[in-house]
Design a protein around this ligand. Structure first.
Ligand SMILES: [Zn+2]
Length: 285
């Protein structure tokens, strides 16, 4: 089995942390790992479905909760496909191609029978379009759900190449973080301001290496995606994704989609973004 057929995006859940530290870290920490997906028996699950999603859930979870989750998943699906300009192709999550969500009862169920990590709130299997969560996760509907749906949609849009000269981790995580809720966005802006003020912004090289344990990494990644989509427009971002999907390298894809902004390589996005946030920070002070 090829490496790309095994990879999963776990999402974070830092329940062992307290107070503000917990809130801030839980909003931003997530990491990429490679793991073998456990085979799933459908015998122990109930099911609700709509046009784009099938939710398999434990019998003890109330049906009303599942109905809400199902509707919310569809709302996020629309927001995210629209948000990255992937709507022209948005009828692909139908029939057998629908996203499958497995909702475990609680963390113990998720870890012990779902093979999830104790330190994550869920994970997404990109190849099989499967997301796994647990019902008692505090951040399920506002952060975990949009984050993981965004991972799946983005990888539909750019393809599954893992190497950083195609799609570096900051692009994946930036898109996923970008679609998290408003509270996450507010915290992101505060962290970003603090990074600028204290001269701790990550360099381009560090960003490309992808430090999966760094708040700065996730904050900058999300902010750069927001900057790129707002400055370049959704249509250009869709074009950029399409170039990557067609097998072009990162720099080539940037050059093709963003020559109008004067970018000839991916690092130019970073350079322009740094200028922009430093300018914003000066205005605030
Ligand atoms: Zn992620």
């Amino acid at each position: 089995m090829a490496k790309s057929e095994n990879y999963v995006y776990p999402v974070r859940n830092f329940r062992f942390l307290n107070g503000v530290k917990k809130i801030i870290i839980s909003l931003f920490f997530t990491f990429l790992c490679y793991g073998v997906i456990q085979p799933i028996s459908l015998l122990d699950w109930k099911k609700q479905e709509n046009a784009n999603f099938i939710i398999y859930y434990r019998h003890v979870i109330p049906e009303s909760f599942i109905s809400t989750l199902l509707s919310l998943s569809s709302v996020y699906y629309e927001i995210i496909t629209d948000g990255i300009g992937y709507t022209y192709y948005n009828k692909h999550w139908i029939g057998d191609e629908r996203c499958k969500i497995f909702l475990y009862k609680d963390k113990a169920d998720f870890v012990n029978t779902g093979g999830g990590s104790y330190y994550s709130g869920g994970n997404a299997d990109l190849i099989n379009k499967v997301i796994r969560f647990y019902a008692t996760s505090e951040e399920l509907t506002k952060s975990v759900l949009p984050h993981e749906i965004a991972h799946l949609i983005f990888r539909d849009a750019v393809g599954l190449r893992l190497a950083s000269w195609y799609v570096p981790l900051w692009l994946d995580e930036g898109v996923a973080q970008y679609f998290e809720d408003e509270i996450a966005k507010k915290s992101r802006n505060q962290i970003l301001q603090s990074l600028v003020r204290t001269n701790r912004l990550m360099s381009w090289n560090d960003l490309m290496e992808g430090d999966a344990y760094s708040i700065a990494f996730y904050t900058q990644a999300a902010s750069m995606i927001e900057f790129l989509i707002k400055k370049g427009g959704i249509e250009q971002f869709a074009m950029f994704c399409n170039k990557l999907k067609n097998g072009n390298y990162l720099d080539e894809s940037v050059r093709f989609a963003y020559s109008g902004l004067g970018y000839s390589k991916a690092q130019d996005i970073y350079t322009d973004w740094v200028k922009s946030i430093k300018k914003k920070n000066i205005k605030k002070n």
